[in-house]
Design a protein around this ligand. Structure first.
Ligand code: ADP
Ligand code: MG
Length: 314
């Protein structure tokens, strides 16, 4: 029986700390993650899609633009996402290729530049909330607001930051390409950074949006559109906790969708980090998914066998 599994890699996994941010460091991190994923492919019936985040990497591009502003053009946000899909897609594909060869597995990886349709009337466009890029002085923030049309906010006393819209993903435009590659036996890298957000005008033409899509929600949508069996969201913690960061913190081995919804309502999951992962999984299991896991790359295999990470069941 064929089984389709989506494994999402957190963007933060590629940048373990401030002293390991270089491109070679990011490649080594991709290799470490892929070393835990490729052994799953010993099962010839497994169809695998790897998705990934890009938060830190988009931050680096924006910071470069900021520093180079006197000489070079700014990079629009859709192009930043496309750039990171290409660069991280390359890194992940290279790591997968090398790891597949080491395991003597005759499968090929392929990375797909992925466009994600969002609604131009999505309320997120009138209330941008996602902080992005470097901290700025008030003056610099004001300059960008006037010259570049940025939305800027003061961020908890730490300085000013640009905020962008994070609309809900509506459709993965490259779905059929991903499906065809899976059918042909490829290991597919897709929906990097949540996909490049595009909007449709009344004529049907699409345009890049000045927005970022959450990679957990995009991974969940891709999983549902593919009719995947399993969604694994990997990040830098092994398990989801309740009372996270508080004295009574408790790591969860498993939770049902009903429990996840209750914990969500009680505020246990931080918006922008754990909350979208739990939401993504609730949507996946509500849309026909069979099994969902949140864990770190080290525990993927164990979690799939029922003894690691946080397993979420319908
Ligand atoms: P990624 O790049 O993997 O998406 P995020 O930083 O967005 O990484 O999300 C992972 C982080 O979520 C963890 O490092 C942890 O600090 C944070 N987090 C917030 N709430 C929780 C929780 N309830 N349980 C575990 N981790 C949590
Ligand atoms: Mg995240």
């Amino acid at each position: 029986m064929k089984k389709t599994v989506i494994v999402a890699l957190g963007g933060n996994l590629f940048v373990s700390d401030e002293t390991h941010q270089s491109v070679p460091d990011q490649y080594r991190a991709a290799e470490r993650a892929c070393a835990h994923i490729v052994p799953l492919l010993r099962d010839p019936e497994l169809r695998l899609v790897v998705t990934h985040g890009n938060g830190p990497q988009v931050g680096f591009i924006l910071r470069r633009s900021e520093l180079a502003a006197l000489e070079l053009h700014q990079v629009p946000l859709d192009a930043c996402v496309a750039d990171t899909q290409g660069a991280l897609g390359y890194q992940i594909e290279r790591a997968l290729r090398n790891e597949l060869r080491r395991h003597r597995l005759a499968r090929s990886p392929a990375a797909v530049v992925t466009l994600v349709l969002v609604d131009r009337d999505d309320p997120a466009f009138s209330h941008p909330t996602k902080p992005i890029g470097a901290f700025l002085s008030k003056e610099r923030a004001e300059e960008h607001r006037q010259k570049d049309g940025w939305d800027v906010v003061e961020d908890a006393g730490r300085g000013w930051r640009r905020v962008v819209a994070s609309p809900t993903p509506k459709a993965i435009l490259d779905l059929e390409a991903v499906r065809s590659l899976l059918d042909a036996g490829f290991v597919v890298v897709a929906a990097g950074g949540g996909g490049i957000a595009v909007v449709e005008d009344p004529s049907g033409d699409i345009f890049g949006a000045s927005a970022v899509v959450d990679k957990d929600l995009a991974s969940s949508l891709l999983a549902r559109q593919l009719g995947a069996d399993v969604l694994v969201i990997t990040t830098d913690v092994e398990k989801v906790c309740i009372d996270y960061g508080k004295p009574g913190q408790k790591a969860l081995d498993a939770m049902t969708v009903a429990e996840a919804k209750r914990y969500m309502a009680e505020g246990h999951f931080k918006p922008g980090s754990m909350l979208p992962k739990v939401q993504a999984i609730i949507e996946f299991l509500g849309g026909g998914g069979k099994q969902a896991i949140i864990t770190d790359p080290e525990h993927i295999a164990a979690a799939l066998e029922g003894s690691g990470g946080t397993r979420v069941t319908p």
